[in-house]
Design a protein around this ligand. Structure first.
Ligand SMILES: NC(=O)c1ccc[n+]([C@@H]2O[C@H](COP(=O)([O-])OP(=O)(O)OC[C@H]3O[C@@H](n4cnc5c(N)ncnc54)[C@H](O)[C@@H]3O)[C@@H](O)[C@H]2O)c1
Length: 295
């Protein structure tokens, strides 16, 4: 294997800690790996360390075997205490007893496993309730617990705040607007189906719309405390959620202006932008969708 390229200090998340829920598979796995690659200690939180593709090395093992740092935490996002325990693990690993980054990514698919979902008249109440519990209550739990921890921490500069070069015309940040820094950054995983309706996904779309407005509200409430909260809304990615391929009829209705579908790393890059490079971005809803919602 080729040696990993070194990371500049301005791109590094060394010394920062993160919790990523749903880190065993799909987008969460990619986000966790990217955070660890940049030097963060990553708590990979999921129901099980085994990926949906059981042939894959568990995320935390891959991180550690490549020289990164992190651990697995058994978390069910519907159980607040399990999320609090994962955050405690991150805080214990932090050189400054902090949780810097919380990514509430875990989610469950919007299509019923055992019956076709042709619209809300075919959605089973127990199915819808589970979607709300995992996708919305899970994000509420993760955000609630992260904010409670972050409020106990002092603001710390992000790498982007250090990257000030007055010779190139950057204003001298400290001198101009006082001290910079953030108590922490929360990224919640929405979906473009929280921004616009998703075909035959009433419960899923409602849960993701809830995630968006929960996050906006948290952003307003805690901006004064320098806690950032943003939503990333992936569009139609090449990887499917859950274990079932998307119904071909529904897949045909999922169009992306960009010539190809998104990859997990496209979503991971958006998360890195928010938690590392964008200290003043809060309350934003970032579509990562190849232009689908612009159409
Ligand atoms: N893949 C896409 O195209 C896409 C598009 C838009 C939004 N999203 C969102 O991105 C997020 C991740 O999706 P994905 O495609 O990686 O899905 P995935 O099914 O590949 O992975 C989801 C992960 O979450 C975990 N998880 C599920 N329920 C959990 C629970 N109760 N507690 C803890 N962990 C739990 C699963 O074990 C799994 O590892 C979800 O919130 C999803 O709604 C995905």
């Amino acid at each position: 294997m080729a040696a990993l390229r070194p990371i500049s200090s301005l791109s590094s998340l060394a010394g920062r800690t993160a919790v990523v829920t749903g880190a065993s598979s799909g987008l969460g796995r990619s986000i966790a790996l990217r955070l660890a690659r940049l030097g963060a200690y990553v708590v990979c939180a999921d129901l099980s360390p085994v990926s949906r593709d059981a042939s894959l090395v568990p995320t935390h093992e891959l991180i550690v075997s490549n020289g990164g740092s992190g651990a697995f935490a058994e978390v069910n996002v519907t159980d607040l205490a399990s999320i609090e325990a994962a955050i405690a693990l991150a805080v214990a690993a932090s050189p400054r007893a902090r949780l810097d980054i919380m990514v509430n990514n875990a989610g469950t698919i919007g299509h019923q496993a055992d019956a076709p979902n042709l619209g809300i008249h075919t959605e089973q109440p127990a199915f819808a309730q589970n979607v709300f519990n995992v996708n919305l209550m899970g994000v509420w739990n993760g955000t609630h617990a992260a904010v409670r921890q972050m409020l106990t921490q002092e603001p710390e500069k992000l790498p982007a705040d250090e990257d000030v070069d007055v010779r190139l015309g950057d204003p001298e940040v400290e001198g101009q607007d006082g001290p910079r820094g953030s108590r922490g950054s929360i990224v919640n995983m929405g979906s473009i189906h929280g921004m616009v309706g998703g075909p035959s996904e009433a419960a899923y779309s409602a849960s993701k719309a809830g995630v968006i407005n929960l996050t906006r509200t948290v952003a307003i409430d805690y901006a004064k405390d320098r806690i950032a909260a943003n939503v990333v809304c992936p569009g139609y990615c090449a990887i499917n959620m859950g274990s079932k391929p998307t119904d071909p009829e529904i897949a045909a209705r999922r169009l992306t202006p960009w010539p190809h579908r998104g990859a997990a790393r496209d979503v991971a890059n958006a998360v890195i932008y928010l938690v590392r490079d964008a200290p003043w971005v809060t309350g934003s809803v970032l579509a990562v969708d190849g232009g689908t919602t612009a159409d």
